[in-house]
Design a protein around this ligand. Structure first.
Ligand SMILES: NC(=O)c1ccc[n+]([C@@H]2O[C@H](COP(=O)([O-])OP(=O)(O)OC[C@H]3O[C@@H](n4cnc5c(N)ncnc54)[C@H](OP(=O)(O)O)[C@@H]3O)[C@@H](O)[C@H]2O)c1
Length: 275
């Protein structure tokens, strides 16, 4: 266990998944520069002088157990868990293979749940801790040709709301962050459904949608804006449950979803994504 003095000087111990790239890498570095002790995780471990990188696959519970044991041995505590690791699969819902569905749901949803399962007993014992779950605007609306991605993020939303209610009494805070489109390696790392590309009923519409999606991501916001928002959330004594971090149009689409009839919103999505 580290001495109390050390923790009076530093801002806390942060564990962030998916820290080898994109949001995770930028946020981990930003927080380390701000004085937090940061542990970043990913499957490929790239040495980073600023953060303590640990090899972890969020789909492999034993690698999570080992990584968390290591942090507790070193620091004696964890103050913030940021569930950020994730990926996307593009394709029609009809033609998604069971392997693609499992990969999507296991990485984005089960990965987050696996992390929380290991960290919650620590936070409960401490009677403190913050869990920041990176959802997406795709967790608020079902994005065409990103159906299972959206489903994984909707699952995170429902899970987080229930969890927040269950653990508030233990001093544990749960926060959802819903980014719009950002320029990261997410676009290049997106897996694409071959069956959708090969199907004549879907291929043209899928390719048109994908072009729009990729264009918006490539010209999206820079991850540093998300890192700054996360720093503010960590510092806040009473953070909100939900933060949308997106451009004006994307925030407007969330508002639109709340006010227009469901079928009209689906038509808006179809028209916007050229389905
Ligand atoms: N970019 C956007 O426009 C956008 C918008 C909304 C939400 N998001 C969400 O933001 C999060 C981060 O995405 P990003 O944009 O930063 O993408 P990214 O640049 O592709 O980074 C993804 C990170 O997740 C890690 N990862 C993937 N699968 C993993 C696994 N099984 N176990 C452990 N780590 C894993 C990757 O590392 P390894 O491959 O080395 O494991 C990498 O560090 C995701 O949850 C994504 O859904 C992104």
């Amino acid at each position: 266990m580290q001495s109390k003095t050390k923790y009076n000087m530093i801002k806390g111990v942060v564990l962030i998944t998916g820290a080898s790239s994109g949001f995770g890498q930028t946020t981990a570095n930003y927080l380390a520069n701000k004085g937090y002790i940061v542990y970043g995780t990913s499957r490929k471990v790239v040495a980073d002088s600023n953060i303590n990188m640990i090899k972890m696959d969020v789909c492999q519970p034993e690698s999570i157990t080992a990584g968390i044991k290591h942090i507790l041995e070193k620091e004696g505590r964890i103050d913030v868990l940021i569930n950020n690791a994730g990926m996307g699969i593009g394709g029609s819902i009809e033609l998604a293979t069971s392997e693609e569905i499992s990969l999507q749901m296991n990485t984005n949803f089960m990965g987050m749940a696996n992390m929380c399962k290991e960290v919650l007993p620590i936070f409960r014992k401490q009677r403190s801790g913050k869990i920041i779950n990176i959802s997406s605007i795709g967790g608020i609306m079902g994005l065409p040709y990103q159906g299972f991605y959206s489903a994984s993020k909707f699952a995170i939303e429902g899970y987080s709301e229930a969890l927040a209610a269950e653990v508030k009494g233990f001093g544990i805070k749960v926060v959802l962050v819903e980014p719009g489109d950002f320029s990261t390696n997410f676009t290049a790392n997106r897996k694409k459904s071959i069956l959708t590309l090969e199907n004549e009923d879907y291929t043209i519409s899928y390719q048109k949608s994908l072009k729009i999606i990729e264009n918006e991501e490539n010209n999206g916001l820079k991850p540093i804006s998300l890192a700054k928002r996360i720093d503010k959330i960590i510092k806040s004594k009473n953070p909100r449950f939900r933060y949308i971090v997106a451009n004006f149009e994307q925030k407007l689409s969330v508002l639109l979803k709340q006010i227009v009839p469901g079928n009209m919103f689906i038509d808006i999505l179809r028209s916007y994504y050229k389905v």
